[in-house]
Design a protein around this ligand. Structure first.
Ligand SMILES: Nc1ncnc2c1ncn2[C@@H]1O[C@H](COP(=O)(O)OP(=O)(O)OP(=O)(O)O)[C@@H](O)[C@H]1O
Ligand SMILES: [Mg+2]
Length: 417
């Protein structure tokens, strides 16, 4: 709980940074006196971080009336509630809003600074207690706290993104990414989307037996300005495992130039709709790969135990770390692993200067069978590759916290931020 009585240092820039400028927080005011309303209006006009949604001039709230009907649907992010007109009614209003619209932050506004009054407001569900006359800096700080929490929540609801890129062509990226996606979706019941980001010769759709489609990823990225759930659905192919796919172009069209920022925007949009996004990237150091990798939680560099591929792992890792991709996000996956290989694991790790993160066995016949059948899940009982990838999928599933609940901070913890 913060109030104007506690003088905290104002950090305007960090406060503003914690609210995305593209998403103003909606704000409803309830029973504000004329002067406070005037300050609030000036505040809203001078900053892009809030948008006034509604101004209510009485505490009217009978039991039968829905809170949302009253304060607005969707509920505002913030309610600024004046306690001076009628403290009891104001407290009841705060309780109703807190119960029916728990995501709405309630700021009490009052000219009274007695501890009893502050405690009463806290108990009725207010997270801030702002003294009159309203101080715009304090209000901005309070709004920033709400924005920060919103963003934390949004981030925790978003899909994890795993990119897969070959140290060179043919290392097995599409094989691993399609099998992994299908297993995550079917065995672990996850909402998984696979994006094939090859401009030409993308194989993900083929490996999943999904050969009939009209639209591809780059057309989606070109249309980010009208991106919504319906548009997205018209691009998504559904595999029998539950895995969704947005394929690459068929390969008979000229290369598509994605507008700057379009990849990031598209990824940002799909992240809120899935639990995992897997990306099949073409090999190479192109800018587009880098743009995508910047937004990934993990980039898996898939290699085989060949000198040229291993040399490229080193180049790839150096390049990415030079471009400020944290080394902890870069993982080396050794595909077609054989125990009695000419180049040993120790030699590989020495030459690439890092540990191998995951090893996938070499099992050509099974892999080819899986590709031609288009159904990785049916191979789990017989294929070592599928079993191996299922173990990896299990590790990812656990990390993402299936059924795990984050410990609630409780009301006081919330105030004590
Ligand atoms: N674990 C494995 N064991 C045996 N063969 C494999 C394995 N993984 C992939 N392959 C084989 O390697 C070949 C190339 O695989 P894949 O198409 O997945 O590679 P890629 O990295 O996606 O290639 P591209 O660079 O063309 O996109 C395929 O014939 C596939 O059957
Ligand atoms: Mg491929």
């Amino acid at each position: 709980m913060s109030s104007m009585t506690s003088k905290e240092p104002f950090q305007a820039s960090s406060s503003r940074e914690s609210i995305s400028p593209g998403e103003p927080l909606s704000l409803a005011s309830i029973c504000l006196d004329k002067e406070t309303w005037g300050i609030l209006k000036l505040f809203a006009d001078s900053t892009p971080v809030v948008r006034l949604q509604k101004h209510l001039s009485d505490y009217r709230l009978d039991d039968h009336e829905s809170v949302l009907e009253w304060v607005g649907d969707p509920a505002p992010d913030i309610c600024l509630l004046d306690f001076d007109g009628d403290r009891r009614s104001a407290a009841m209003v705060a309780e109703r809003i807190h119960a029916d619209a728990p995501d709405t932050a309630i700021f009490a506004v009052s000219s009274q600074s007695q501890p009893d009054f502050i405690i009463q407001a806290m108990r009725s569900g207010c997270s801030e207690y702002l003294l009159k006359p309203l101080d715009p800096e304090q209000l901005l700080n309070a709004v920033a706290r709400v924005g920060g929490r919103r963003r934390e929540k949004k981030d925790s609801d978003r899909a994890q993104v795993f990119a897969f890129i070959g140290a060179k062509g043919g290392c097995g990226v599409t094989t691993l990414v399609t099998q992994m996606g299908a297993l995550l979706a079917s065995t672990y019941g996850r909402k998984v989307l696979l994006l094939d980001l090859h401009h030409d010769f993308g194989d993900a759709a083929l490996y999943l037996g999904l050969t009939k489609y009209r639209y591809h990823f780059f057309e989606l990225a070109e249309n980010t300005d009208r991106l919504d759930a319906d548009l997205l659905q018209s691009f998504v192919l559904h595999h029998s495992s539950g895995l969704d796919l947005i394929p690459a172009p068929h390969g008979t069209e000229p290369t598509h130039q994605t507008p700057p920022g379009a990849l990031a925007h598209t990824l940002d949009f799909v992240r809120s709709r899935y639990e995992f996004i897997l990306v099949d990237l073409p090999p190479g150091l192109r800018d587009e790969n880098l743009e995508l990798i910047r937004h990934c939680d993990q980039v898996n560099v898939v290699t085989v135990a060949e000198v040229s591929a291993l040399r490229n792992v080193v180049r790839q890792t150096d390049y990415l770390t030079r471009k400020h991709i944290g080394a902890e996000r870069i993982k080396v996956v050794l595909n077609r692993h054989q125990k009695r290989a000419l180049i040993t694991e120790a030699q590989i790790e020495k030459s690439i200067g890092q540990k191998i993160f995951w090893k996938v066995p070499n099992q050509y016949v099974h892999v080819v069978k899986t590709i031609s059948g288009g159904d990785p899940v049916s191979q789990v009982s017989t294929s070592d590759v599928a079993k191996n990838l299922q173990d990896w999928a299990a590790a990812i599933g656990k990390k993402a916290g299936v059924g795990e609940k984050k410990e609630g901070r409780g009301l006081l913890g919330f105030w004590n931020r």
